[in-house]
Design a protein around this ligand. Sequence first.
Ligand code: HXC
Length: 510
Amino acid sequence: MKEILEELENRRDAARMGGGQRRIDAQHARGKLTARERIELLLDEESFEEFDMFVTHRCTDFGMEANRPAGDGVVTGWGTINGRMVYVFSQDFTVFGGSLSETHAQKICKVMDMAVQNGAPVIGINDSGGARIQEGVASLAGYAEVFQRNIMASGVVPQISVIMGPCAGGAVYSPAMTDFIFMVKDSSYMFVTGPDVVKTVTNEVVSAEELGGAGTHTKKSSVADAAFEDDVEALAEVRRMVDFLPPNNRSGVPERPFFDDPGRIEPSLDTLVPANPNTPYDMKELILKVADEGDFYEIQAEFAQNILTGFIRLEGRTVGVVANQPMVLAGCLDIDSSRKAARFVRFCDAFEIPILTFVDVPGFLPGTAQEYGGVIKHGAKLLFAYGEATVPKVTVITRKAYGGAYDVMSSKHLRGDINYAWPSAEIAVMGAKGAVEILYRSELGDAEKIAARTAEYEARFANPFVAAERGFIDDVIMPHSTRKRVCRAFASLRGKSLENPWKKHDNIPL
Ligand code: HXC
């Protein structure tokens, strides 16, 4: 018996060494942690239960039979984050560059299947040279098995990808189908074809960082949702985010103890909106002042900054926030902001996370770049996402809600449950200046007349009361009481039950 126990310990020790000390040192020298160190930081202490530590590959080509490290380049299992269960896989770059073999894929598939069956999120830590070259099509098949599971798990359990090394070729498509992608600055990159292929095919000379680094994907492509300084920060932030998420699509949002008065009054909000309707202000201030303990987990903070998306808690329960940001492009909707917000709204709806929308939007951004880029279809994504969402939806219009953008931003007409406006709200087809220029074109030479027409239009429409008279706005609220009113609104909607008609699936304008 003693020998068997010793053998177990020896085998475990060997597996824990991955590709050996030399490669572990090389990993550290690049500022990267090992697969196991990452899991340790991600999960609660001592909570990790590992599976398949002794799995080895079955490849016999290229002399591979002589090199069969236990675990086959990926560490898998489950553990907890602040007491809540998650499944995890972490690729081990020290073993064949973390490349994906048939058995490596099977290990990932096993935890994904268990996650779906048991209703817990999957977190994948990616650090891999892609398909295991020695295994050929068996490795490609392994990828496709993972892809299929990503698709089946989508909308059932949250899927999070953390990119902590190379992620290239078709391998990027597994993270791409997960709900959130986080990257580490300067040590992770994602691209379909690397810099060498790019140079051969298009003659462009570009570095790996420029082509697919964290900056590129959080600022330009919007493939990634956030970038962090190093592995430690990235894993701490994943823990913070998982805290906001429900474990699956049937569990409802998590409830946490909270230490913030739901009735908290914020007098400073009464002066948040400047007197001049064209002066910007920071919508983030409103979000922070409404949220429990001022805690806002922003998603895609660096991309399409004219709209803000992220999670807060109200009375300890997670709420998704979408808010126009007047500081950037006057808060208008455009292709990027519509895509960003639509995806976020759909994530919230899939996982029964209520949605709070703050509106200050002068309309859609005009221009050929937008029209040629398909703003019609992309704008429709957000409209569609709000309209199909059945979760509780509370909306507060702080200032402008003009034109089609008024309709889009969780209006009453798209089944907004409770729609509030601040007294500073202006709900109209367009701003006074634009409206007068169209309606009174013949009087444009007469400044006095135009001023009078503008004043008349403002008096009629630059307020929330016309909409309130029709019941499109449920109440006009004092800015200082926003937290209280919004908390009470969501509390009143906890029993909401709304179902869309049966369909195989919808056809959102992709
Ligand atoms: C097998 C691999 C490997 C791979 C790396 N290694 N990639 N082994 N299959 N795909 C091994 C190396 O042989 C080396 O082994 C160790 O991992 C570390 O690799 P290095 O090259 O020394 O590291 P580095 O200089 O950091 O470069 C990392 C890299 C590079 C950029 C990832 O290794 C690379 O370009 N690899 C090939 C990438 C690739 O073309 N993959 C296939 C993509 S197609 P030793 O023993 O020396 O430590 C794809 C299709 C997916 O993935 C399809 C899905 C549909």
